[in-house]
Design a protein around this ligand. Sequence first.
Ligand code: G6P
Length: 609
Amino acid sequence: MCGIVGAVAQRNIVPILLEGLRRLEYRGYDSCGVAVHNGGLQRARSVSRVAELDMQIAQSGFEGTTGISHTRWATHGAPATNNAHPHFSPNRNGDQTVALVHNGIIENYEEIRSELKALGYQFESQTDTEVIAHLVNHMYDGDLFRTVQKAVKRLHGAFAIAVFCKDEPHRVVGARLGCPLLIGLGNGENFLASDAMALAGTTDQIIYLEEGDVVDVQLNSVKITDRNDIPVERPVNTVHAYSGAIDLGPYRHYMQKEIFEQPRAITDTLQGIEGFVPSLFGDKAATVFERINAIQVLACGTSYYSAMTAKYWLESIAGIPTNVEIASEYRYRTPAVNPDALVVVVSQSGETADTLAALKYAKELGHKHSLAICNVGTSAMVRETELSYLTRAGVEIGVASTKAFTTQLTALFLLTMTLAKMRGRLTPEQEHQHLKNLRHLPNALQSVLALEPNIIAWAESFARKENALFLGRGLHYPIALEGALKLKEISYIHAEAYPAGELKHGPLALVTEEMPVVTVAPNDALIEKLKSNMQEVRARGGQLYVFADSDSHLASSEGVHVIRLPEHYGELSPILHVVPLQLLAYHTALARGTDVDKPRNLAKSVTVE
Ligand code: G6P
């Protein structure tokens, strides 16, 4: 979603501001812009890609030592140049004096806009952001830091902002509430960004701001105050290892690279695991796990589907009642609360606005314990939960989540096993066997990845379709949902997933020769039921595309296309079965010529509700 970069230096910082935007492109955006101080305020904006902005700037000899840049994902107002950030606010003579970029949503912007309009401020955009620029300008008292401290108190909603002004040429002020913002420390120069990735190659010394912090970034100092305007020190972290993530290697897209990284990502997620022990989830986990009697999982998107899969495991293996809910639904309803249910948030980014709000709400409702399964150790979600397990997928750049999903499943399986063991539902022999299966999982995944050429052949015919159905049963129903989500996200083919037993209750009406029906068909206890559902599809002329296990005796025939995975992988089978669906979506999108890593209208990290 939106991205922020800011810099104060003694050299031209335009290349840093642009490179930062390039590194944030993966988050999804529809316009971008840069503003610098070079005596006055100068700005360039584009509704195209960062590369186009770069060209515009190169042609105009645009330079400066202080500045901010932004990628915008439209919320208030269409993706148009006048709505792109940075936003300016002029003084009475019409000279631009304040430049500002913003991530998030200001809920009371209309009220503030009316006030400012009455004072004579003119608005050239439909954004909530321009309101903050004018507000800062209006409240400016000669000290930008002090002004921003006061101005943000007027704002309701979620925001991260970076602002500079004409009268203080070597200063950028930042503030965060509900959206991430961090400081990058340099030598005689300092930076701001919404994501450490933006500053890779510039600095690895990072300070993460806390909720309500305001920061004064100058050439040789950074000063932070908390929500009560009290000066605070925040720890400095050394953050590296981003350069590998940016490098595509032999792959055409980040999504393809990330699909193929899954064996490594799972190996890393399992690193150091010798047994299923509560301490994997934090020091207090043993006590917490003793106390809880149920689980409430909250998540969005792909993370929600990993949680849905885990419900099958948690209930059948650990015997613990588990409820899984979409975070944006949970946060606005009145659930019957079981305070002893462990709240588990599942998130790749750890910053998804709805999941964070749902976590906060669950705590307010009286849930005593919380756990985050997350890919970013420094994220708000990890900071705000009592327990955590970090998936070690590495940076995920493709908007369509792949390696984050399979590592989340791995972590949720570890949680299941740990709870099962504590509840006397796992013998030492079973523990040994599950550990063995987990360790072999990366190899099993390699065999599935080797099926790519067969899947490419299918993708050619999928690329010509506009609709697809996905079927699964039991543990693999959420995998069918995830497969359909992947296909629609990046190929724009309308795809829906159903539990196969529901076919007769509606979707069968859609089945014709034109309808490809992708079937996730592991050789588990439900295979015979699933075969009957497949017959129902064939009888209506539907084309079946079946992912079967090699030991399931399912063979290709007229209208039935079968790709065989290795032998059935038991409880961990969903982790294998999702991979061909990822590859099918990827190659179908490739054949349709879509922007695989940055699908239209979507963002990687959804930091607004
Ligand atoms: C966005 C991304 C998805 C992701 C979802 C939840 O929609 O495009 O890939 O699954 O957010 O994100 P999270 O970071 O909380 O897992």
